[in-house]
Design a protein around this ligand. Structure first.
Ligand SMILES: [Ca+2]
Length: 302
């Protein structure tokens, strides 16, 4: 996505003539061009001062000039010889009279002067104003909000930070609701209220914006916050009397075999002459069926 040009550049275009000349600009006590310094400063028209003697320069005139420079309106204006640097400029505009629309197109004016001196130079305090997704910088005018910040525009001098865990692309945030959750790390899921949360025991997630973690296959588990994929799930240790089949999970020890379980993959034969039912013997001592007697019973029955 290409970045939009900063609004102050657009403003500069609006205030220029077809030849590209800037009509109005504001200068500080050193003659440096400034953007809404927050107080009244000298306004220049084509590099010279603006006169208010014996004419209709009023609030409408001030509004029109501020608006032509891209500001919302004039906060205040005055005139007078306030700084000696005024003498370094010619006087270029006189008899500015504007309608109540506050538009420069409603104004009449004269180039040059007949009845002015620098004691009548106009000072303006224009109200700074920026579009949404911009903040106002006193040195540089309207500037785009950086990544993770937003602005509804107007007179704000800074953009607001998205809530913790949320972000928005540079120049895209107009309100807090434009902030979206930063994608989660693996082994986490996204809770729309609390943000990224650890997967619970026995579940896994590749992260991102997934709203839940997936369950490990039956018989398998993974520690909380550790499962990034199904392959992280490992078999749950078997209980006594069982062995682990790595394809199917825990299985009963065969008849007359015992095992402590865990992750042992086979069972041990009971001692000679003793046996156990499948899945019942964890230790040798639990091989409690006397096989001799059983075989004797069997042989008697035959
Ligand atoms: Ca005049």
């Amino acid at each position: 996505m290409g970045q939009k040009p900063p609004t102050f550049l657009l403003v500069a275009l609006l205030v220029t003539t077809s030849e590209g000349e800037v009509l109005f600009h504001l200068v500080n006590r050193y003659g440096t061009t400034v953007s809404a310094p927050g107080s009244e400063v000298l306004v220049l028209y084509k590099g010279g001062t603006v006169c208010d003697t014996n004419d209709h320069f009023d609030d409408n005139s001030a509004h029109a000039i501020c608006r032509l420079m891209g500001y919302e309106k004039s906060n205040s204006w005055s005139s007078g010889f306030k700084r000696s640097m005024q003498n370094s400029y010619p006087i270029t505009l006189d008899n500015v009279a504007c309608g109540s629309s506050g538009l420069w197109s409603s104004c009449s004016y004269d180039f040059g002067v007949s009845d002015c001196s620098h004691y009548n130079d106009v000072y303006l305090n224009c109200k700074r104003y920026c579009e949404a997704t911009y903040y106002f910088d006193q040195g540089q005018g309207c500037r785009q909000c950086s990544e993770g910040t937003y602005s509804s525009g107007g007179t704000t001098s800074s953009c607001s930070n998205c809530p913790t865990g949320k972000t928005v692309a540079a120049g895209s945030g107009t309100s807090q609701s434009d902030c979206t959750w930063v994608p989660c790390l693996a082994a986490h899921y996204l809770d729309q209220i609390q943000g990224c949360r650890q997967c619970s025991e026995g579940t896994y997630s590749s992260g991102g914006t997934s709203s839940s973690c997936s369950n490990c296959p039956t018989g398998k588990t993974v520690a909380a916050g550790s499962g990034t994929s199904e392959s992280d799930c490992t078999w749950i240790p078997c209980t006594g009397g069982h062995f682990l089949n790595t394809q199917t999970g825990c299985q009963d020890c065969p008849e007359h075999h015992f095992s402590l379980g865990g992750i042992l993959t086979s069972c041990v034969s009971c001692p000679e002459g003793r046996g156990a039912l499948p899945g019942t013997a964890a230790i040798e001592e639990q091989c409690i069926i006397p096989l001799g007697l059983e075989s004797l019973v069997k042989s008697n029955a035959e």
